[in-house]
Design a binder for this molecule. Structure first.
Ligand SMILES: Nc1nc2c(ncn2[C@@H]2O[C@H](COP(=O)(O)OP(=O)(O)OP(=O)(O)O)[C@@H](O)[C@H]2O)c(=O)[nH]1
Ligand SMILES: [Mg+2]
Length: 374
């Protein structure tokens, strides 16, 4: 089995704490820390000086802990700029969240960390001039209260970042060095069944539209032969097969988030497309034809393999009728009837398609990997 590359940059982010948790954890750690030179019975240092030092150090420690935690969250988030993370994740972020909002949110975490630093400076200065032990404690409590209110104001922002992290970490890991074949088609046509049949991936299969909600990656090894007379492969090329959600035949501005995610995968990942057509959905024949036209015009440079699914459900007369329909409507593409009960045939078709289009696939991959210019 080919190992699944984990190049999804969102999987490296640690869970983002709730605001309360972030403050309480840091607060408890600081209150448990013993501060050198502020306890014991040394008579040489006056008690007021020990108290000033103790509370000033506590303020310093808590501010440092909070700032470190905030900066860590900001640093762990992938840089949301062209060239830093694959375009696929940028597109998904823009569909499901908002890159601007994420940037602003991360910016406000850094801003809060700086505010904590200012509060700390203000209070430490005052604590050193406190006139009584009680006053040092009151000042420390006041500083902590200010820190807490800064952190509490981040409540919804931290929750937002955690929701981004949780959702984005579910996206597949994509290896940009590997060729990627995207499976596309109308809902419920058998896309996931195909991926399930020829790769180690096990996407959910269901007898209802939009079973697949986001791209899933399966892996396939394509044998490469030294020449057509060789029967033993020279080597194998690892290849990614991306199962995408179904796409209906409708205008872009009417598309739901699930369809937009499918188009984002096609746009940013596909070095080749496998389009699945399902003749058992008689009521959606025209819709599928329209979708096919949209895909071939939008991705005109990308090699496309056309497959008619659910072959096992057709008798010979229906197959002949299908053949005629195919010739009439798909003059530009050869087509094949496939069934999920025959993964060996599917596999052979994919290997052959890859072999025939290898040059074009490699050229598209090169183009996709060129970093965007500023
Ligand atoms: N008889 C038969 N049924 C199939 C075949 N391929 C898929 N199906 C059935 O068709 C239904 C849809 O299959 P999926 O693989 O989930 O289709 P999909 O295109 O991924 O659907 P969405 O993710 O919802 O867009 C399921 O009930 C499958 O069991 C096939 O070759 N033969
Ligand atoms: Mg599916």
């Amino acid at each position: 089995m080919v190992p699944v590359p984990s190049t999804n940059p969102f999987r490296a982010i640690k869970p983002i704490p709730f605001a309360d948790e972030l403050f309480t954890l840091s607060h408890n750690t600081v209150m448990k820390t013993s501060i050198r030179g502020t306890s014991g019975s040394s008579k040489s240092v006056p008690l007021i000086r020990k108290a000033r030092k103790k509370e000033a150090v506590r303020i310093e420690l808590l501010s440092r802990q909070l700032r470190e935690r905030l900066f860590r969250i900001v640093e762990e988030f992938p840089t949301l700029q062209d060239g830093y993370i694959p375009d696929f994740y940028v597109e998904i972020l823009d569909i499901s969240f908002s890159i601007d909002k994420i940037r602003q949110t991360l910016g406000s975490l850094s801003g809060s960390a700086n505010l904590i630093w200012q509060i700390k400076r203000e209070y430490i200065g005052t604590v050193w001039h406190a006139s009584s032990i009680l006053a040092t404690k009151d000042l420390r409590r006041a500083a902590f209260g200010r820190f807490e209110s800064v952190i509490k104001k981040l409540k919804t922002r931290l929750e937002y970042l955690e929701s981004v992290r949780k959702e984005m970490r579910l996206m597949p890991g994509i290896d940009l060095e590997q060729p990627t074949l995207c499976i596309a088609g109308y809902p419920n046509v058998g896309k996931s069944s195909l991926v399930n049949g020829v790769t180690s991936a096990t996407p959910e299969i269901g007898a209802y539209p939009f079973t697949t909600k986001e791209a899933t990656v399966g892996h396939l090894e394509i044998p490469v032969y030294a020449s057509s007379s060789h029967t033993e492969p020279l080597t194998h090329i690892p290849c990614q097969i991306v199962d995408t959600p179904g796409i209906l035949d409708r205008a872009l501005d009417k598309r739901n988030e699930i369809e937009l995610r499918a188009l984002a995968a096609l746009k940013t990942l596909a070095a080749a497309i496998v389009f699945i057509f399902d003749f058992t959905q008689q009521e959606a024949i025209n819709a599928q034809l329209n979708l096919y036209s949209q895909i071939i015009s939008e991705f005109s440079d990308v090699p496309l393999l056309l497959l008619f699914s659910k072959a096992d459900l057709f008798d010979q007369i229906e197959k002949d009728a299908l053949e005629a329909f195919g010739k009439e409507n798909f003059s530009t593409h050869p087509f094949n009837l496939v069934s999920m009960n025959d993964p060996a045939n599917l596999h052979a078709l994919l290997v052959d398609f890859f072999k025939t289009n290898q040059k074009q696939i490699t050229a598209i991959m090169k183009q996709q990997n060129i970093p965007a210019e500023d």
